[in-house]
Design a protein. Sequence first.
Length: 392
Amino acid sequence: MKIRTSIAAAGVAVAGALAIGLAPTASAADRGGNGLIAFGHAGSQIAVLGAGGTETILTPSGGNQAWPAFSPDGTRIAFVQAYHLWIMNANGSKAHAIPVTGNPYEGGPAWSPNATKLAYINGTDGQLYTVPVAGGTPTRITAGITEMADIRWSPDSTKIAFDAKDTAGTGYRQIFSVNVTTKAVTRLTSGGCDSVEPDWSPAGTQIAFSTPCFDGTGNIGVMPAGGGAASPVALLHNAAAGYPSWSPDGTEIVFAANELMGSEQLWESSPSNPGDGTHVTATQLTHDSGQPYNTAPSWQPVHHAHLALSASTGAPGATVTVTGSDFLSGQTVKLSFVDAHGITTALGSAKTPLNGGFTSTVTIPAGAAAGAGKIKATGVGGLAATKAFTVS
C-alpha cells in the first residue's frame, strides 16, 4: 500500500493554468460525456487528462498542490496547497484560497452534492469539518476519529465516507461513514487488512475502495454502500492500486497503480469486467516517463441541464408545468420568466432530488409582454437551461 496523507506539503501560490501539454497517450479512450480527469501529477502539481489522452498541467511547478476534486457541476476544482483549501476554475484560472475561520491548515477536500460546501480534514485535531465554498466558520462533523483520511460525500448528501484506524475493533484501517446530520459513525468494512480510499458510485449504491485483502498488494474493490462482500476490479498481481474514482455515468473506475512498472500511472477499468489475477483487464491512461507519481484522480461530471414545458404558448396568468433534468442533486434551482421586452420576473424555485430533476408549476406573469419569451432555470455555478414560451 502507498503512504498516504491528508495534508499537502507547503508550497507557492497558484498563478493560473500553465497549459503545458504533455505527451499524448494514444491508447487512452475518449472521455466523452464523462469529462476530464483531474489528478495529482508528479506528486506536486494538478493536471487534467482530456480526450485522446492529452495531459494539461494546471498549476505551477514547486507548489506542492494535491488532492484535486472536481465540483459536482464540473466547473471548478478544489485542492490543497500550503496546508489550505484552494479552488480554481476547471481550466486552472482564478485560483484562490478559501478563508476558513480559526483553522491553521486543512486537507483532503470533498464537495457537497449541491456544490455549496466543502468537507475537509482539520490538520490540528484530525477531524472532519465542513465549510461554505466561499469560506467562513467551519462546522465539526466528527470527534475522536484516529488517523482519518480520504473523505467523500455521498451523492444523496446525507453521509461522508472516510477511512481511519479501527482502534476499537480490527486495529487496521477501515472504511467508515458518518451521518452529516446526526454525526453517527458506522464502520463499513472489517477484516485483517486495510481498506482505504472510498469513493461512492454516482447512484450512491456502491463504494469503490483500495485494499490488499485480495492479493496482499493493494487492488480496487467494489462493495455495497452499506458494507458487505466486495468484488475485485482489475485484480492484477502487484498492482499497488489505489485512489479509485467513479466515472460520472457509473460505467468505469479510474485509479492509480504501479503494476510493477516502477512508476504510478492512471488506469481505467469497468466494475463489470474484473481481472483474474493473470490477465490485465484495465486500460493504462497515462504513460509519463520517469517517476511521475500520478495519483488521486477525480472525474469531471458533465451536465446538460434541460427544460420541458407542458405548453409552449399561453396568455398572461396561464399556468405551466416545468420539468427540469440533469441539474445537481440537492440543488435549489431558481425559475424566472423573460418576456419579449427582456423584462425578467422571478417564478419561485425548485429543489432537486438525487437524480437532479424537478417538476414545478409556474404562472406566467400578468404583465408579461406579448411575443416570444422564455422560461429559465438557474442552479449553482451558472448551470442553467431555458425553454421558449410565447405569450399570446
